[in-house]
Write a protein of this length. Structure first.
Lengths: 348, 348
DNA sequence: CTGTTAGCGCATTCAT
DNA sequence: ATGAATGCGCTAACAG
């Protein structure tokens, strides 16, 4: 039964049921109806019930625009990510959504595809809709700065732009990288390549730093030529990895600095018939589904991504509620998950 | 001049710059400023430039709430998915976001976790924010019905609730299943298990239908006991698969009806040391990253998920623009990607 | 071409 | 305990 469109109640001009309609139906004034429905102020129980009933019967839905305009929060929280197709950001978004939903807020998702311009456009949109706050993985300072300047509560996730006045939730990248590379060094590897997407932002830098720190601790010199930076949106990452491996045949292990890079490395290793870990060991930063599906499993630095989303959303909600205090910078701990992709260096 | 009651600069109150502030700064009326900025109506170029300059200088950001209240679209489009952590929905969301962003609309994402109640809550929120339209993978009729009844443009994706009055974009599940199972039958398999999450909605039903149709075409009888339904949020899917395989040792191939089920099947097969495809062949509906990373690759029915998101968003945008016409039901074609997980049935 | 007027739907004073 | 009045920021009529 599809109902055929026209429900001809006292419903005024255009199908949209407003507070006025409810009030009229209940025989009260709009203000009383407002109070009854919002639960503010005093309203006699009998009247309240009548209003509630009328609202239900008419299918009244409050109008956020009007409420927002009046000065309330829009109930919208912005999330700006760099690539929704990347499982990392999808997990992050899932954690954020879950937390927001529980607090009755809605998630507005924008993908900037790594572009500062698109991030700026997203920031403007969030401002424009009077978002209660914004969560973002920064791609430069501009967006964060613009938001903070206008008093918008901001929590940066995964990366930090360096802009002051916003909270952040990140994962200890340096520690994760140090453990991953230390794991390799402890197994005798001495020619460990680091393949990464970027070393321009703090996250990439920290991973590089961890890579170096691990070497330093082990008393092994690092060679600049063993670090390959693919770029943020490489045209042919597998080809780049291939060329790199051709030029560095002495490499016995690879540290892939994120899941996307890891994917390219794994595929190239397979393509050239290299066995993992017999011919080459592999550790990835950021544990993804496929790493536990393949044989052998890929040793990985697990990041609590979903939790990061949850924590970030919690911080934002708190901040949006008006609780001041100094900007907080929460750092979550990664965890090395050992699987089969790392073995002692082959004796040849 | 009129305004000497002002206490100085217009925006001093609360940091928020309004059209009034811009107009004052440019020495024009608010309506002129509005027209200049929105590009509607006639405004002298010199004035327009002055207004534009003032807006930029003050950092004016239009207020969507006010604009929406006035009767415009909110510029928000809702998307309701069942599980954002599932890569399938993440890809879908990515396609939607991309298309929306290009049209200057924002994506509001709600995850109903398969619950009708949460879907209903999401629907209410979309109504409340005067979304320009809503895209959803239905979990029942209620949400779609509520939206359609109120004249909200709706496009259903991946599944169809059967509610009339909305568009839909789906993938031909029956065809995909028929091809997948036909592929197995052609290789001599006669005991093919179908493991699925649900057979209650049209998508699951269509896949079951395709499974049966393939058997019928091959003249092979189907046995009810070979179909295992895990449920939408199974407590222990791997355990269930394990028990099933114990009870049906004659199975030589498995057709997993979606990527989540496929994951469980793959893991259980590995756990019990079964070789794929030597001991058991596997085909999955819905091609995911891990299926091309594992060795051998998993033969899969590739769904154009991202494109489905794009198409659905396009349809919605068109509909929201007020273009009427009969509800459209677009069906996208899946594609069987043959990899190494399917072999001729072992002769034993 | 530009300014004046009005009102979108709601929550909030302030009076009763 | 309830109703009347006000204004949030913007745009669409309508004058000029």
């Amino acid at each position: 039964m599809t109902g055929h469109g026209s429900n001809g109640h006292g419903n005024s001009k255009r199908g949209r049921v407003t507070l006025r309609d409810v009030a009229e139906a209940a025989g009260t004034s709009r203000s009383t109806a407002s109070r009854a429905l919002a639960g503010n102020g005093y309203v006699a129980d009998s009247i309240k019930a009548r209003i509630q009933e009328a609202a239900d019967r008419l299918g009244y839905v409050p109008d956020v625009s009007a409420r927002t305009l009046k000065g309330q929060s829009s109930g919208l929280v912005g999330l700006l990510v760099s690539d929704l197709r990347n499982q990392f950001y999808a997990q992050l978004a899932a954690g954020v959504e879950q937390t927001l939903a529980a607090a009755g807020q809605q998630l507005v998702l924008v993908d900037d595809h790594g572009s500062e311009d698109q991030a700026a456009a997203g920031a403007r949109a969030f401002l424009s809709m009077r978002a209660a706050g914004v969560l973002l993985a920064p791609v430069g300072k501009a967006a964060t700065q613009a938001l903070v300047d206008r008093g918008m509560p901001v929590v940066e996730v995964d990366r930090r732009s360096g802009v002051r006045g916003c909270d952040s939730v990140t994962i200890d990248s340096e520690l994760g990288a140090r453990e991953a590379v230390g794991h390799l060094l402890a197994r005798g590897h001495r020619r460990i390549a680091m393949i990464t997407d970027e070393t321009a932002w703090d996250t990439g830098q920290a991973r590089l730093k961890g890579y170096r720190a691990a070497h330093r601790e082990a008393g092994v010199p690092v060679s600049r030529r063993l670090v390959l930076t693919l770029g943020l949106r490489p045209a042919d990452p597998i080809g780049d990895v291939s060329a790199f491996l051709d030029q560095n045949p002495d490499v016995t292990a690879v540290f892939a600095a994120n899941n996307v890079v890891g994917e390219a490395v794994w595929q190239e290793l397979k393509r050239r018939g290299q066995r993992v870990p017999a011919d080459c060991s592999l550790v990835c930063f950021d544990d993804m589904t496929w790493m536990r599906m393949v044989e052998p499993g890929v040793t990985a630095v697990r990041q609590p991504v979903y939790d990061m989303g949850v924590r970030a959303a919690e911080m934002l909600l708190k901040r949006a509620t008006g609780i001041g205090g100094r900007p907080a910078a929460e750092v979550l701990q990664p965890e090395l998950v050992e699987r089969g992709s790392t073995l002692a260096v082959p004796q040849r």
